[in-house]
Design a protein around this ligand. Sequence first.
Ligand SMILES: Nc1nc2c(ncn2[C@@H]2O[C@H](COP(=O)(O)OP(=O)(O)OP(=O)(O)O)[C@@H](O)[C@H]2O)c(=O)[nH]1
Ligand SMILES: [Mg+2]
Length: 416
Amino acid sequence: MVGQLVSGRALQPRTATLGWLLDERGSAIDQVLTTLFPAPASYTGEDVVEISCHGSPPVLRFAVERTLALGARLAEPGEFTRRAFRNGRMDLVQAEAVRDLIDASTLYQARVAVRQTAGALSSKLRGVKRRLVELIALLEAGIDFAEDDIEVASREEILARLAPVREAVRQLAAGFAVGKVVRGGLRLAIVGRPNVGKSSLFNRLLQRDRAIVNAAAGTTRDSISETATFDGIPVELVDTAGIRMAQDDIESEGVRRSWQSLQDADCALVVVDLSQSPAASDRDLWRKVNDSCPALQVGNKVDLPAQDGFSEPLARVSAKTGEGIERLRESIRERALPGLDALHEGSFVTNIRQERLLRVALEALGKAADAAKGEVPHEMLLLDLYEALEPLDCITGSTTMDDILDRIFSTFCIGK
Ligand SMILES: Nc1nc2c(ncn2[C@@H]2O[C@H](COP(=O)(O)OP(=O)(O)OP(=O)(O)O)[C@@H](O)[C@H]2O)c(=O)[nH]1
Ligand SMILES: [Mg+2]
């Protein structure tokens, strides 16, 4: 088929060859580069031919239509990656990371995803699985010898072998708290009494004059949100109406929305005005917010003469001059993503499918540990260990049902 589509020298494996894209009468439509990737050393593990055209939409459309006329069909969403998975070129964690890489909106997200496609998380999982399988093999061997009354593994040994497996799975599952934010970003609500400078701070963090700022209290009436990037992590900033006893219906709806924004937030900034004496409502708000999500207290207007009496810790900034804003960004990152630095060079679970399976494995491992402590027969203990092994297999796709695969690959874009 390629010969009818493209003219030029015979294709050499993995070498780009210059040629002409031909129409049905054999006349040239475009000058193209064609590369042959013979199986098994291709993305999908099958024979692949790539044709690089100039970017003109009619030429591209022609190339696709002509290819279809010659017998090809369009790929389903995710079909190339699904074939790569089926042919053992990558496991499911790597396949999902391909999607994360395509969807990445910051370089940092791309870095995390590309480490995953290279197998960083997969190799961690393989290590955990290997230890678990070794323990299973040991116990299975013991059962064969049960009649001879030979104890192949003592209770202590089983527990000692189980502990690192449990700890590794626990750490992987805990990493999701960070992975979720790295992949999906963070929602940060800015709340406080009227006029403390929430909108000014919102604009400053956004580096854009988005929200209306005014000396009159009660300027912001509705929650508004915009996305900024803090160190490669997308942060959706939400500016809210000042919280106080509302003076009319519109304001009271605004205040209701402020509370709603807080509930939906992953993290909050509670802003106070350092040039005004602290009010009881500042402390109440701080207490309430702190109960619902990770929060930081921000003392704004440091450029003005300060009043005393604010409780620490307090990030001191001036939305007007920009003083303290860089430090505030760092504090937000530390507060919302504790442990990111430790995990920075590592790899972590970034999707909920993987996290759920880890939790299932963890529960089974917990049951296994209880069983081992209770001197339960090894047959019973083995059931728990197999129950832990299965979800770990599902994560990498060693055993995965077709409908789950359908769901995963249908979220890919067409052509990958
Ligand atoms: N000197 C000084 N003034 C500031 C600072 N931040 C805000 N202001 C002023 O404080 C007033 C209120 O600012 P806004 O950003 O509208 O305050 P807000 O908290 O959004 O107010 P509401 O929307 O009414 O709840 C405006 O006159 C701002 O110019 C600051 O850091 N220093
Ligand atoms: Mg405002």
